[in-house]
Write a protein that binds this ligand. Structure first.
Ligand SMILES: [Zn+2]
Length: 132
C-alpha cells in the first residue's frame, strides 16, 4: 500500500498552510480530501525546491483539487479540503520524493498532476522510479 510519509493532514486554507509550514525549505506536499472516515485521499502531489509553503499557497490560489462547474455537474470529483507536507534536505531529495509519490499514487491517471514531475532546473536529475 502506498504511503506518503508526510505530516498532516491539515485543513486546506492559506491560513492553515502558513501556520503549519513555517520553514522556508525544499519539500513535497499532497493536496487531497478527507472522506467521512477521516482517511486522506491524494489528488495532487507537488513540490518546491526552495520554499514549500510558497508552492502550497500558489496551488491553493490556483484552485488545485477544486472541481470546476463541469466537474461538479459530473459529480465524479471530490473537492480537496486537506493537505499533507514534508520538508526535504535538498531539492534533489524533494524531487525524488515527489517522483515516488507521483508513481505510487497513480500518476496522471489518478492524480490531478498533468505531467510527470520535472527535475530542479539545471540539475540533470532523472526520476528514480522510471528514469524519465
Ligand atoms: Zn518517473
Amino acid at each position: 500500500m502506498a504511503t506518503l510519509d508526510m505530516d498532516g493532514p491539515y485543513q486546506l486554507t492559506s491560513t492553515s498552510v502558513q501556520q503549519a509550514v513555517t520553514q522556508a525549505l525544499p519539500g513535497t506536499f499532497a493536496i487531497g480530501h478527507r472522506d467521512k472516515t477521516g482517511r486522506f485521499s491524494v489528488q495532487y502531489i507537488g513540490r518546491d525546491d526552495a520554499n514549500l509553503a510558497q508552492a502550497l499557497l500558489q496551488a491553493v490560489g490556483r484552485g488545485v483539487g477544486q472541481p470546476g462547474l463541469f466537474g461538479r455537474m459530473l459529480g465524479g470529483k471530490q473537492q480537496a479540503n486537506a493537505f499533507k507536507f514534508s520538508y526535504s534536505n535538498s531539492p534533489q531529495a524533494a524531487y525524488e520524493k515527489q517522483c515516488r509519490s507521483f508513481h505510487s499514487f497513480g500518476e496522471t491517471r489518478s492524480l490531478e498532476n498533468s505531467d510527470h514531475p520535472t527535475p530542479p532546473p539545471g540539475s540533470g536529475l532523472t526520476c528514480p522510479v522510471c528514469g524519465g
